[in-house]
Design a protein around this ligand. Structure first.
Ligand code: KIV
Length: 278
């Protein structure tokens, strides 16, 4: 059954945890969808794990549309949420609505996600008023990496924790259907989850959140440049891929691959006629 924003609402009420993973291409989206992942995030983390940038700031609308459309083709049941990249909404409320619309129309997303709380409440409200579901994202917001002075846990001091709480309330009031809490202390995430009526989706925010999200290359050990503390490795696919690539190289070099079963046949008569002619 297709996951919708109503499914998120129901899960918050029933206490059933929501599952979300990132994907950036058709094949991965299809695998996650088949596994029952309820929501797929086309995260701007693609800038790092797919495109090899050191942060998410260089990701463009075109990048997001391209990958979102591929994911949407592979996601039959999962709710596809696509990130609004850096500078696609910060510039104005108008830009926010236009670019959110492009992610839906051209990227075939079901919903969009944007980073920031109090400062972006008008942007969220305007996008929601345009009938586009919005997922908020507060706490450690990677598009503000330069303002934060690095990827740092947010909400540890009284003042900072109050700011994160105000952001959560603002996102909810602006009409978001859910909010990602990234890198906030578990007890603070638990408190925010209690006071909000919309589901919280945690990443580095403890087990009390209403759902969890991870970058799939992190949980499969496919991206080794940087592994945050909150990542659990659910598989060692990176190692398995490297071993398979090595084996392929060895077999091509030795002539073991391709074998007869991987080749196409031609009638001896045809070959005879051709070789005699030349
Ligand atoms: O871009 C992304 O993958 C994200 C998750 C880390 C929540 O925003």
């Amino acid at each position: 059954m297709k996951t919708t924003t109503a499914t998120f609402k129901k899960a918050k009420q029933s206490g059933e945890k929501i599952t979300m993973l990132t994907a950036y291409d058709y094949s991965t989206a299809k695998l996650e969808d088949t596994a029952g992942v309820e929501s797929i995030l086309v995260g701007d983390s693609l800038g790092m794990v797919v495109l090899g940038y050191e942060n998410t700031l260089s990701v463009t609308m075109e990048d997001m549309i391209h990958h979102s459309a591929a994911v949407a083709r592979g996601a039959e049941n999962a709710l596809v949420v696509t990130d609004m990249p850096f500078m696609s909404y910060q510039t104005s409320v108008y830009d926010a609505v236009v670019n959110a619309g492009r992610l839906i129309k051209e990227g075939h997303a079901d919903a969009v996600k944007l980073e920031g709380g109090v400062k972006f409440k008008e942007h969220i409200r305007a996008i929601v008023d345009a009938s586009i579901p919005v997922m908020g994202h507060i706490g450690m917001t990677p598009q503000s990496v330069n303002a934060f002075g690095g990827f740092k846990v947010q909400g540890k001091s009284i003042e900072d924790a109050k700011r994160v709480i105000e952001d959560a309330k603002a996102v909810e009031k602006a009409g978001a259907f859910a909010v990602v809490l990234e890198c906030v202390p578990a007890a603070l995430a638990e408190y925010i989850t209690e006071i909000l009526s919309i589901p919280t989706i945690g990443i580095g925010a403890g087990s009390s959140c209403d759902g969890q999200v991870l970058v799939y290359q992190d949980m499969l050990a496919m991206y080794s440049d940087f592994t945050p503390k909150f990542v659990k490795k659910f598989g060692n696919i990176g190692e398995s891929m490297t071993a398979s690539f090595k084996k392929y190289c060895e077999e091509v070099k030795s002539g073991e691959f391709p074998a007869t079963e991987h080749t196409f046949k031609i009638d001896d008569e045809v070959m005879k006629a051709i070789t005699e002619e030349n």
